[in-house]
Structure formats: C-alpha cells, structure tokens
Design a protein around this ligand. Structure first.
Ligand code: GAR
Length: 358
C-alpha cells in the first residue's frame, strides 16, 4: 500500500472489528487524542496501551476539534497525516478520525473492552459523559502514567516555533528594473500560495518600477547608492545592503532582477540564503543579455533558472528551471518577455518550498 492510499477506519468498520475480536475472545483497547507532533512520550504511552489487550484502536481528533481544544495555531499536522503516522506505529492496529471534542459517541458505537487515557487524568476527572458511556459499554478504564518532559508543547518550544504558529519566511528582495518578478512574489503571497512576507526591498536604482512596487505595497523601500562606478556596486554599498538586510531580520534574500554583483559582507552574512532568478537555462548564457545570447547562439529553446548565489557569477546550485521555446521571429525582447512569464511561475514556487536545507 502506498502512503497516498492510507485510509483511516470508519466508525462502522471499527465497531465491526471490535465485534470480530470479541468473537475470538480478544480485547480491543481504545484511546484518543490529538497526536499532533509525535514524540517518544506518545510512543511509550501507545505501547503501554497496546499491552492492555490484543489490539489497539486510536481515535485521532480531526483538525477542527484540535483547533477547538488547543487554539487556532494547532494542529501543526493535518488530520490525515496524523492518522497515517499513527497507523505506522508498531503498537497501533487501527486509526479513526473523529470530529467531536469528546470521544463519547465513539465509545458508544465501538464499545471497547479497555479504555486507556494519559496520566493527567484520574478516573474521577474523566468527562462525566465519557465515563457514563464507558460504564454503559462495560469498558475497563486504565489511566497510564505520562512520560515526564515529553509533550507536543515542549517539542514546539524546542523547535522555537512561537505561540500563534510558525513565523512566516521573511524575505529581503533586491531589484534594479521593472519589478515584474517582485510583483509575482507579492501576488503569490496575496493568493496564499506563498507563506512569506517581504520585510524590505532594496534597489541600486533610485527611480525604478521595482522600488515603486514596494512603496505601493507599503513595504520598506530602500535605494542604496551603488557608488562612483556605474557597473560595480562599491564597498560602502555592499556594507549598507548587508546592514539593511540584517536589521530587517530577513531569512532569505531574493535577487529579482538585481543587476549588480554582490560580494562580502552580503555573501558571507547570508551564505546559502541568497537566491537569484536568471533568464537562461544555466549553465548556458551567464551574465547580461542572456536572451540575446541564446538567440545569437541559434538555440531552439531557452528558459529561466532559480539558483543559490555563490561568489562566482550565475554559478551557485540550481534550485529549479523552466523551459520556454524560441520562436522563429523572436527578438531578444519578445523572448525575454516569454521567459519572464515562466520566471513568474518558477520563482514563487521555489520560494514556497524553501527551507534552509534546500
Ligand atoms: C528577469 O528576467 C531576471 O531573470 C533578470 O532580469 C529580469 C528582471 O525583470 N535577471 C538577470 O538577468 C540577472 N542576471 P523584472 O525586473 O521585471 O523582475
């Protein structure tokens, strides 16, 4: 069975299973919970629960019921995934997903032989309705000790995920021109397909559509004077850019049409966290005028590349590419426009899947 094929049991299937076990003189143990981020405490608890009978059924709270119980930032993992991970444990023989905050209806339907509960309860502190349902079903109640120091909350804290949910990816975006890739990023954020925020936009060009896009969107927009040489970003500018990005606490630097070469201290401050979009299928046609280079080389297709930035120009690790055809009457401009349309898809997609280990 492939992972995608995993299906939890329905309540009716679980009830039938209980009856089959019962007919063979076997005992079904039942427990329930959110099981959001599995940790060793869960595993030990479930092993102990399983040892109370011959098979273990776990009822996992649906996403809506976890939210109702734990607040809007939970669950971290969706219900189907939580059920699938639980079902893969050696102790677990079956999983159902249930939508209520209480397990009363399930207890009534399934009538488990044993009901196991984690140790922050006593029999007296069990919900009275659940207790009544258990008494009615003839289920034995077993309270199992909690494993100290192991909890989903502690796991979240160690992972430094703040209350209210994980922090959104903070982007610092650099550009020099029209800003169409920048707008594609903002559109993806607005559409919800990219969970990020742009903390800061920086340009080496004082008056460009890129910076205007940031201002219109209410994003901090910085012009950094490149210095005395037209083509080269001077040392002072490199330092200033690094300082702005550091102060804005960006997680990732995105070069969206930034036409100057970055050096230290930007590169070493954000090592492995700077990505660039380039209008060719790298390693072909590095540097400026890549669409013109592709046409002049007589290529039949070109495309775009999103890659990590390294000290050597357009040479860092490739994260993704998209191909576009070259048409017989293409000019450098028409080809570049077609490539940019591909960039507007590729760049937000790569950003959406970004993690520091990418
Ligand atoms: C994009 O095509 C990008 O790939 C290219 O500049 C264009 C910027 O367009 N970048 C490079 O050539 C970097 N070597 P935009 O300002 O409309 O996003």
């Amino acid at each position: 069975m492939s992972a995608a094929d995993f299906q939890p049991l329905s309540v009716a299937e679980a009830a039938l299973w209980r009856d089959e076990l019962d007919a063979r003189g076997h005992r079904l143990v039942f427990t329930n919970g959110c099981f959001d981020l599995l940790h060793a405490g869960h595993v030990r608890y479930l092993n102990q629960a399983r040892a109370l009978g011959d098979a273990l059924l776990v009822a996992v709270n649906s996403d809506a019921s976890v939210r109702a119980l734990k607040g809007p930032s939970r669950p971290v993992n969706p219900e189907h995934d939580r059920a699938e991970v639980l079902a893969a444990l050696r102790a677990v023989d079956g999983v159902v997903i249930f939508g209520e905050e209480r397990a009363t209806r399930l207890i009534e339907a399934i009538r488990p032989h044993v009901y196991a509960k984690g140790g922050d309860y006593t029999i007296d502190s069990l919900n009275p309705e659940e207790r009544a349902a258990l008494a009615e079903a003839g289920s034995a109640i077993r309270i199992l000790p909690l494993v100290p120091g192991r909890s989903t909350t502690a796991t979240l804290q160690r992972a430094a995920i703040p209350e209210g949910g994980p922090r959104r990816l903070r982007l610092g975006v650099l550009g020099s021109g029209q800003g169409s890739n920048f707008r594609a990023i903002l559109d993806a954020i607005a559409a919800g397909s990219l969970d990020a925020e742009v903390a800061l936009a920086i340009s080496d060009q004082a008056d460009c559509a890129f910076l205007e896009t940031a201002r219109v969107a209410g994003i901090e927009a910085r012009h950094v004077d490149p210095g005395p040489q037209a083509r080269r970003l001077g040392d002072a500018a490199q330092k200033e850019i690094a300082e702005h990005l550091r102060r804005a606490r960006v997680d990732l630097v995105v070069l969206a049409g930034f036409m100057k070469i970055l050096r230290d201290p930007v590169l070493n401050t954000f090592d492995g966290r700077i990505i660039n979009v380039h209008p060719s299928l790298l390693p072909k046609f590095k540097g400026v005028n890549a669409p013109r280079q592709a046409l002049e080389a007589g290529e039949r297709e070109s495309g775009c590349t999103v890659h990590l930035v390294a000290a050597e120009i357009d040479a860092g690790r490739i994260l993704g590419q998209a191909r576009v055809p070259i048409l017989p009457d293409d000019t450098p401009d028409s080809l570049h426009e077609r490539i940019k349309r591909a960039e507007h898809e590729l760049l937000p997609t790569i950003l959406a899947s970004w993690s520091p280990e990418t």
